[in-house]
Ligand binder design. Structure first.
Ligand SMILES: Cc1ncc(C[n+]2csc(CCOP(=O)(O)OP(=O)(O)O)c2C)c(N)n1
Ligand code: SF4
Ligand SMILES: [Mg+2]
Length: 494
């Protein structure tokens, strides 16, 4: 055997995955037996062995590989669902010497982003596409994908995929190899040692093409998702090798690398200052100065993070705050995050208020206020609450660990229990809104703004429930309850 098997972590990975939030920074988030982990290793080895760590930019997808950027020791950018080829196009056109990877799943590439991949291939963009075909939407819990096999049972085809209803699996390699522009297309499988070694060679060949500016390369990997296909590792491999390969035969579909000259495109010609002035006009087009609030706290940007389980209304709570800001003529942003991990995780949103431009809508650090409605939120987000900031938590669902939040003002109230008592658990979020109002009034507002606060909050709740008068009434009741029942817990210790 001429190939030497390398054990351990390839040099193309970070030693410690610092970008990964939470305490576990050594492991990947993939399930055991998942093809993504195997492919990541092949890519990381190749990046290191080819000496291109400094040249690679990874365009990461939406799907289970959404966090690919935690792991690779290279520049990376997380793209909207299916849009990695469009982002990769921008990257390669603006920096032709970089080696651009578009990493995509089958739902991402062959469904929501299908036109993007076809157009990028047809333009012959200088990029390497690594396409993970596991015949399922893995991240969202096992729905049918464009590549799901006929008769295959999924969450959305419980009786098996019916080709008369939903068509046949889409064969991406076969389609793309029909185009004139692409340089290299191969389909591999992440199963046996032999197949993985073939995949390893394909990864390197595709990257070499990008390094040599030969154009568009795509490698598809038939890959396991044992969790959603409800199989053990052995059966998963057998499924791929006996069932998937029937529909998706392995092999090289196209290889024009030897006959291709490096691509040289005309240099991009744009006026950076003009673009900047369009994006950031000197004058903000709003009635600045017309604030109905005057407390000094609003003279700077205020950043709030709200977090809990999906279904607790954390996104709506943030939205109500955003409406409040909008009604009071602030610049305001609301950025939801639906908690992409399948297993546990949190839904959260960031709300930022400012009298001037908002730099980033993501409250990723230095938050003024953190609102937690479940236990994982405390672990995940307490580190981003600035010293002297305010923590408000639902004490029916959160037990604050001993010694936590020593540098913060801490308030709690049993919001879920109170909402239950009011007859609608869904109103726990507006109980929390009442708590937030009380905290604001206690700590940050002058008398004029305090007097205004209830009117403003109630107006915002009414706008949120504009078409549901009854729900508005319950939520206003919940708001009042939260305001009344909030309990002050502690001040910063230092
Ligand atoms: C615009 C948009 N639509 C839908 C979703 C929900 N969503 C997240 S991942 C996903 C499918 C991912 O499947 P696939 O690309 O096959 O990746 P896998 O998890 O199987 O690797 C969907 C539909 C989303 N995040 N964004
Ligand atoms: S759900 Fe499937 S694709 Fe996602 S990490 Fe788990 S095994 Fe991999
Ligand atoms: Mg998939």
């Amino acid at each position: 055997m001429s190939e030497k098997i390398k054990l351990g972590r390839p040099a193309g990975f970070f030693d410690v995955f610092e970008r990964r939030p939470g305490a576990i920074k050594k492991n990947m988030h993939y399930c055991p037996g998942c093809g993504h982990g195997v492919l990541h290793k092949l890519i990381a080895e190749a990046i290191a062995d080819l000496g291109i760590t400094h040249r690679v930019v990874l365009a990461a997808p939406v799907g289970c590989a959404v966090f690919a950027y935690y792991y690779f020791k290279c520049r990376s950018i997380q793209c909207a669902h299916g849009r990695a080829p469009a982002v990769a196009t921008g990257l390669t056109r603006s920096n032709p010497d970089d080696v651009i990877i578009s990493y995509q799943g089958d739902g991402d590439l062959a469904s929501i982003g299908f036109n993007h991949i076809l157009q990028a291939a047809n333009r012959g963009e200088n990029m390497t596409v690594f396409f993970v075909n596991n015949a399922i939407y893995g991240m969202t819990g096992g729905q049918m994908a464009p590549t799901t096999l006929p008769g295959q049972k999924t969450q959305t085809s419980p009786l098996g995929r019916d080709v008369l209803e939903t068509g046949y699996p889409i064969r991406v390699c076969e389609m793309i190899s029909q185009f004139d522009a692409p340089v290299y297309v191969e389909r591999c499988a992440l199963t046996s040692f032999k197949n993985i070694m073939a995949a390893r060679r394909a990864v390197r060949k595709a990257l070499q093409n990008s390094m040599d500016k030969k154009g568009f390369s795509l490698v598809e990997f038939l890959s396991g998702c044992p969790v959603n296909l409800k199989m053990n590792a052995h059966d998963m491999s057998e499924f791929i090798e006996t069932k998937m390969t029937k529909f998706f035969p392995l092999g090289v579909y196209l290889d024009r690398a030897a006959e291709r000259e490096p691509i040289v495109r005309a240099e991009m010609n744009y006026d950076a200052d003009k673009i900047k002035s369009l994006l950031y006009p000197e004058e903000i087009q709003s009635e600045l100065g017309d604030y109905k609030v005057s407390s000094p706290v609003f003279d700077r940007e205020c950043r709030v993070k709200i977090s809990g389980f999906g279904g607790q209304g954390v996104l709506s709570l943030g939205y109500i705050l955003a409406i409040l800001g909008k009604q009071r003529n602030f610049n305001v942003s609301w950025l939801p995050s639906y908690g992409p991990e399948m297993r546990g995780g949190t839904a959260n949103c960031s709300v930022v208020f400012s009298k001037s431009h908002i730099g980033s809508p993501e409250a990723a650090e230095n938050c003024d206020m953190l609102v937690c409605m479940n236990q994982p939120s405390v672990e995940k987000f307490l580190p981003i609450l600035k010293a002297g900031g305010v923590l408000v938590y639902d004490s029916s669902t959160v037990k604050l660990p001993e010694g936590a939040a020593r540098d913060h003002y801490v308030y709690g109230l049993p919001a879920s229990d109170l909402a239950n008592h009011l007859g609608d658990l869904r109103a726990a979020n507006t109980v929390m809104l009442g708590a937030i109002a009380a905290v604001m009034a206690d700590n940050f507002l002058n008398d004029a703004d305090k007097a205004n606060l209830d009117t403003a909050m109630i107006e915002a709740v009414r706008e949120m429930f504009a078409k549901k008068a009854k729900a508005a009434d319950i939520n206003i009741e919940a708001y009042k309850t939260g305001k009344e029942k909030i309990e002050f817990k502690s001040v910063p210790k230092a």
